[in-house]
Structures are given as structure tokens and as C-alpha cells.
Ligand binder design. Structure first.
Ligand code: SF4
Length: 290
């Protein structure tokens, strides 16, 4: 099997993406842009300080699924069976076990078995929403970037197909929970980001964006429009300017919210500092005033 996997590509992506602001155009991927929107302090920890983060079982599972599907689509259509997909998943797991990331997961045998069973279940679900033998990917794990003087937009598209009429179809595999109707449009942020990069780089606006949710499983689609993507482009330029200002002033404000409970840097975050006479966590208003 090839050793070029989604896992290795995503690792390279992370290394290149995480260069600090102030070294040329602001580099933004969908995840870094989301970080800043969620919490500027979190962005600083990740993109400026480049602090290490513990390996997460959730992100590792996503990486393994991406690697298994990437390998599956390297095979001939008639060979893309569920059994083969499971074999690729097991191989990806064996590769991971020889990596130091695995030690960080600290799984006991029972947890490892559950972990694998759940990962295999996601692959089973995938076969419920798509027939891999009928899909003809044009690109997989495709690195794309677009830059202007002030911002560089970049990242990896999971899969690109070309429809019979020549339209590009971008797909993104998701292993997390499918969003409610209220948040469905927002969940397309990453794919709209990539549609914008394709449009600006290749002069080709993708015809369809597809979120393939493996848990439910279901596929949610969106047709991008010129108005939608130019609006996003303005937002991203404004975001890059805000990041540059924050960098120039070294002013990265923590934004306390529900995601703090999963933040790997909560223990050092100024919004959760304790003083000798109080051990209470600050309320939202106090955190925002910092
Ligand atoms: S703990 Fe919350 S406020 Fe602090 S960096 Fe993390 S997400 Fe931001």
C-alpha cells in the first residue's frame, strides 16, 4: 500500500499552515479561520505560539477514515468493496500504532477494540450513502491555495469529481454529528472556503458542495453562488486584517464559550486564571473585558 495517506498530508498541512502572522500574508485554512472566529486566544496558541496539543481520539479517527477512503479510491472501481475498505482501515490503524501519536492515545485493549469497531461502523455507513464503484474521483486529498498581498487561503479538499457537464463537485467527509437545520448552512464554511479558492485559482466555480456525514449517515448539499463566495471573500479579508492587528498589538482576547470545555489550552488560558483569594472561574462578561 502507498504510504502517502491523508494522515501524512494533513500533518504536512498543519506544519506549513501554522507559520505565524507577520511572516508575509496571513495564512488561513478553514480550521484556522474558525479558530480565530471562535476565540482569538485559541488562534494565538495554535498559529502563533504553535503549542503542542494532545492527540485527540476524535481527530485521529477522522484521519484514519480519510486515509482508508483515500486508499479505497486508489483501487479499481470493482475492487472498492466494504471488505477492502475495512482492510485499509486496519492497515491505517497498524501504521498509526507504530507512530508516537498512538502512545499519546493511551488506549487499553478494550478501548482499542471499541475504537476500531466504531471506525468500521463509519465505513459501513459510508457504503449506505454512496456506491464507491460508481464514483470517479478526479482529485483526492487535493492541496489548493490562493493568495493575495494580504492573505493566503489554503487547505486540502477531500475529493473532487467532474460531472458530465464539466461542473466540479467538492466533497468533504465528516465523522462528527450532523448539524441541526439551524446550523446546516454554517457547516458548509470549509467547503465554501475551498470553492472560493478553486474559483479564484482556476477560474472555475464549483457546481456543487457535498458534506458526507458518516455518523447518521447522510449527504447534505449546497449549490454555491457568486454572491455567496464574494461575501465569504470579504469576510476572510476582514478576518485577516483583524488577525494582523491582533498580532501587531499582541492583543489576543480570550472568548469564553461552550468550546472552552474541550480546549486543550484551558489550563493556561488567562480567562481561567485563578487568584489566591478566589478559585471560581470567571463569568463571560469578565472574560470579555480582558
Ligand atoms: S479556554 Fe476558551 S477562552 Fe481560553 S483559549 Fe480556549 S477557547 Fe479560548
Amino acid at each position: 500500500m502507498s504510504t502517502v495517506t491523508a494522515a501524512s498530508l494533513r500533518s504536512q498541512d498543519q506544519e506549513q499552515e501554522d507559520r505565524a502572522p507577520g511572516e508575509g500574508p496571513i495564512r488561513l485554512s478553514p480550521s484556522r479561520a474558525s479558530d480565530y472566529k471562535t476565540c482569538p486566544q485559541l488562534f494565538k496558541y495554535r498559529a502563533v505560539d504553535r503549542l503542542p496539543e494532545p492527540t485527540s481520539i476524535y481527530s485521529t479517527k477522522g484521519t484514519m477514515i480519510h486515509a482508508a477512503l483515500e486508499q479505497l479510491y486508489m483501487m479499481q472501481p470493482e475492487e472498492r468493496t466494504l471488505k477492502t475498505a475495512h482492510a485499509h482501515m486496519l492497515q491505517a490503524w497498524e501504521n498509526l500504532k507504530s507512530d508516537e501519536q498512538y502512545d499519546a492515545l493511551q488506549l487499553d485493549p478494550e478501548e482499542e477494540a471499541q475504537w476500531l469497531e466504531h471506525g468500521m461502523g463509519l465505513l459501513d455507513n459510508y457504503f449506505q450513502v454512496e456506491d464507491p464503484s460508481a464514483v470517479a474521483p478526479h482529485e483526492m486529498e487535493w492541496w489548493v491555495e490562493h493568495h493575495t498581498e494580504s492573505v493566503m487561503l489554503r487547505g486540502i479538499i477531500d475529493r473532487v469529481e467532474v460531472a458530465p457537464d464539466g461542473g466540479w463537485i467538492l466533497s468533504d467527509y465528516k465523522t462528527g454529528r450532523s448539524p441541526s437545520e439551524t446550523y446546516a448552512l454554517g457547516s458548509f464554511f470549509g467547503l465554501k472556503f475551498y470553492a472560493l479558492v478553486c474559483w479564484r485559482t482556476f477560474g472555475k466555480m464549483p457546481a456543487l458542495l457535498r458534506l458526507i456525514h458518516l455518523r447518521e449517515p447522510e449527504i447534505i448539499t449546497l449549490v454555491p453562488t457568486q454572491q455567496m463566495l464574494t461575501g465569504l471573500e470579504k469576510q476572510l479579508h476582514a478576518l485577516a486584517q483583524a488577525i494582523q492587528r491582533a498580532h501587531n498589538r499582541d492583543d489576543w482576547r480570550p472568548r469564553v464559550g461552550p468550546l472552552c470545555n474541550w480546549c486543550p489550552h484551558k489550563s493556561i488560558c488567562p480567562a481561567f486564571e485563578t487568584s489566591p483569594d478566589t478559585s471560581r472561574e470567571p463569568d463571560h462578561a469578565a472574560a470579555k473585558s480582558k
